[in-house]
Design a protein around this ligand. Structure first.
Ligand SMILES: *[C@@H]1O[C@H](CO)[C@@H](O)[C@H](O)[C@H]1NC(C)=O
Ligand SMILES: *[C@@H]1O[C@H](CO)[C@@H](O)[C@H](O)[C@H]1NC(C)=O
Ligand SMILES: *[C@@H]1O[C@H](CO)[C@@H](O)[C@H](O)[C@H]1NC(C)=O
Ligand SMILES: *[C@@H]1O[C@H](CO)[C@@H](O)[C@H](O)[C@H]1NC(C)=O
Length: 712
């Protein structure tokens, strides 16, 4: 046989020559859809096989191969003693003296990949906190390395903290799954993007529960409500026990469960209703429970424990009040009785040791200027901070009785404050001067200790705004914040603990000057509102993926300021200068779906979420209109909307120097049923449960900052 003298080197040259001849014989079609080199090679090898397979049997026999040799006698290249018949010697794996197309492909190193149709989409469900492995079902000989993508971004070279090991079989390892990881992951062999598998990752979360109130005392004959809120994925089911016994057997006119069990209602309480009521929330991956106690006592004040409960209910406690910062000073308002409980006048001097804190700037001639309250934060240690004219903080307990404050020497004109609960620190953005030309960001550590706080100056220059994602029942630790430089198309990611700049995410490709941000833990998306830039096509919102810290792209045609519901499920975008209110939902598969858009003229000033009173696991929204007295109510899942009309118009006059909505709206926490919004010379309290106006509190001008201090 001539093959006797054929070496590996000669054989390789033979195959190159065969392909070169075939290319000359059948040039690749220009502009064909499969014009990548690997597909072209595959087509070429396939056509060579067909040409050699004279009898069309699908097998190349030695005689068919030998015939081919004859045609090549005009070749001037030295094949080093090799001929096509040598294909049988080197690549006939099953030694049946013929070559199949598969063997032929292997001989010419054509990558053959396959993906079973049932593997095209693969569902994986993991419980939060565990690890998971996604294995790519694209198989085949000579498979190049697997490339993994999320939201169109390649993960392999990103050096991610929690997706850091691609293993020997190119699987994707997520070491500690959180809700930000939900979403689609695709895999394909490098260079073979057309054949890809989609892994849909769903993340389950065991229920987390809150009850309200923890204890209550009632006299016989009145109604009592025990409320329970549970979050989790899938949606938890709620049941109640009374003193350890299932209440569903005791249902009556008297005792009923409303809103899918999230409220236990007793129409008229009797002594025997006294008890420990356990709310239990359960889903596929876990259970949580908590107790709400009910005491029925005639002369309740006799026992100190119950007297204490009543005392709290009467609003004598520091919690469950609105704190309103206005031109008239600070007002403390209890929503139940619609009364001003405490009023600190602007001229009032409050003292702490020997430090004097005027509530408003005092001019030389003893004339008090109007106060420009900017924003305030409250934390559970009952402190209230307010930044103008110097940064001050009050202990709310003391504010009720003796008025105590402490002044902290931050940079001039502190304009925005935010409390980072996870690290117990307050971020303070100061303007430096009225032109905002010397902005600075300072951080007060150990904020809740009430003393011995440290003031740290961050090194960031030109900061215009910042964003710290909110915590919620499921996510109670936040690690990263963002700095916005409105004059530059980027957002800067900062480690909240070390206060170091970690990364800059450029938005210049989308000509986006960031104005505001919102975050949902579902799928880990950040929504960035972009400002107007006359030189660029208008991108109105961008989506950033927090797993990859990369821009996914524009958020469709959605415009305005994004607001995310406390459970991370709904994204409501609206603006004062746009008539469109967009509602999107983030599914438990991390998919952002547009639900609907509403036309609301002339636009929305501010928006607040409220837990539904009729459906468990649902939030509704209230919004103040940019102009005019109305208050919009919106059932988020259905889009059912109504306008509450009996309010007065929003504050007029010059807008606030610090910016922010002209007509703010505050809710009253997870279990609160009241909302507060200021008008020109009064405040309106709205009962969100009844969807009705509660009362007007008059004599309060310029109420530009409102804070709710609640127990839950
Ligand atoms: C709550 O109950 C209503 C009927 O009263 C039902 O239509 C709805 O699907 C339930 N929701 C949940 C989350 O179970
Ligand atoms: C300003 O107030 C101080 C102290 O309250 C007082 O002594 C002084 O007379 C006042 N000046 C004027 C111009 O009212
Ligand atoms: C923000 O922009 C200003 C002016 O463009 C620049 O001087 C400053 O360094 C920027 N800051 C950051 C944090 O990028
Ligand atoms: C994820 O993949 C599934 C299946 O292909 C698709 O239906 C879904 O829309 C994808 N989700 C996202 C967020 O792209």
């Amino acid at each position: 046989l001539p093959g006797d003298t054929c070496t590996m080197a000669g054989y390789a040259r033979l195959k190159n020559v065969l392909l070169a001849l075939q290319t000359r014989l059948r040039p690749p079609q220009e502009g064909s859809s499969r014009d990548d080199p690997t597909s072209q090679k595959r087509l070429l090898v396939e056509s060579l096989f067909k040409d050699l397979d004279a009898d069309g049997s699908g097998h190349l026999s030695s005689s068919e191969l030998a015939q081919h040799m004859l045609k090549e006698q005009d070749l001037d290249e030295d094949l080093l003693g090799c001929s096509p018949a040598d294909l049988l010697r080197f690549d006939d794996y099953n030694s049946d003296n013929s070559l199949t197309l598969h063997e032929f492909y292997t001989a010419f190193q054509v990558v053959q990949l396959s993906l079973a149709p049932e593997d095209r989409v693969s569902m994986t469900t993991v419980t939060v906190g565990l690890s998971t492995v996604l294995t790519c079902a694209v198989h085949g000989d000579l498979r190049p390395p697997i490339v993994w993508k999320r939201n169109g971004l390649t993960l392999n070279f990103l050096d991610l903290e929690d997706i850091n090991d691609f293993g020997e079989d190119d699987s994707l390892y997520i070491t500690k799954v959180t809700t930000i990881h939900m979403g689609n992951y695709t895999c394909h062999a490098s260079g073979h993007e057309e054949l890809f598998q989609t892994h849909v990752l769903q993340v389950n979360v065991p229920p987390v529960i809150r009850v309200y109130p923890e204890t209550q005392a009632q006299e016989p004959g009145v109604a009592a409500s025990l409320r329970c809120h549970a979050e989790g994925i899938p949606v938890p089911r709620i049941t109640w026990l009374k003193n350890g016994m299932d209440v569903s057997a005791q249902m009556s006119k008297q005792l009923s469960l409303i809103a899918n069990g999230s409220e236990l209602h007793i129409g008229s309480v009797r002594y025997e209703d006294t008890g420990a009521y356990t709310c239990i929330a359960k889903n596929e991956v876990g259970v949580d429970e908590d107790i709400s106690s009910l005491f029925i006592e005639d002369s309740a004040r006799k026992t100190p424990a119950v007297a204490n409960i009543l005392w709290r209910e009467e609003g004598l406690s520091v919690g469950n009040m609105f704190y309103v910062f206005s031109d008239n000073g600070i007002m403390v308002i209890h929503p139940m009785d619609c009364e001003i409980q405490r009023h600190l006048k602007p001229t009032e001097k409050v003292f702490m040791s020997y430090v004097r804190c005027p509530l408003c700037p005092v001019k030389k001639q003893n004339v008090t200027e109007p106060c420009f309250w900017s924003s305030s934060t409250v934390e559970r240690y009952r402190q209230l901070w307010h930044p103008a004219p110097t940064l001050q903080f009050f202990s709310i307990t003391e504010l009720q009785s003796h008025s105590i404050c402490l002044s902290i020497g931050v940079d001039p004109l502190p304009a925005k404050l935010s409390y980072d609960k996870s690290h117990d620190q307050v971020w303070v953005l100061s303007w430096g001067d009225v032109h905002r030309s010397k902005t600075s960001l300072q951080v007060i550590t150990e904020a809740s200790t009430g003393q011995g706080q440290h003031l740290i100056r961050t090194p960031f220059a030109g900061v215009d705004d910042f964003f710290i994602p909110p915590t919620n029942l499921i996510i109670n630790h936040i690690r990263f914040g963002f700095i916005l430089n409105k004059s530059g198309p980027a957002v800067h990611k900062v480690d909240l603990e070390t206060l170091l700049l970690l990364k800059t995410i450029g938005l210049q490709q989308h000509s986006c000057m960031p104005q505001a941000m919102a975050h949902t833990h579902r799928g880990g998306y950040f929504f960035v509102q972009c400002g107007q830039d006359s030189s660029a096509p208008t991108t109105r919102q961008l989506i950033i993926d927090s797993v990859t810290d990369s821009v996914v792209g524009p958020n469709g045609d959605v415009a305005g300021t994004p607001h995310v519901s406390p459970d991370g499920r709904f994204v409501v975008s609206a603006a004062a200068d746009s008539p469109w209110l967009h509602v999107q939902e983030v599914t438990t598969r991390g998919e952002i779906q547009t639900r609907y858009r509403l036309e609301v003229r002339p636009g929305i000033s501010d928006l607040a979420f409220q837990r539904s009173f009729t459906e468990a696991n649902q939030y509704d929204a209230y919004a103040t209109l940019a102009r005019g007295p109305g208050l919009l109510f919106l059932e988020l899942p259905t889009g059912k909307a109504a306008v509450l009309k009996d309010l007065k118009g929003p504050p007029t006059g010059p807008s606030r120097p610090w910016g922010g909505p002209r007509r703010i709206l505050r809710d009253s926490g997870l279990f609160g049923q009241y909302l507060l919004t200021p008008a020109q010379e009064s405040l309106f309290l709205v009962n969100g449960r009844q969807n009705a106006l509660r009362c007007e509190v008059s004599g309060i001008k310029g109420g530009t900052t409102v804070v709710w201090v609640g127990e839950v």
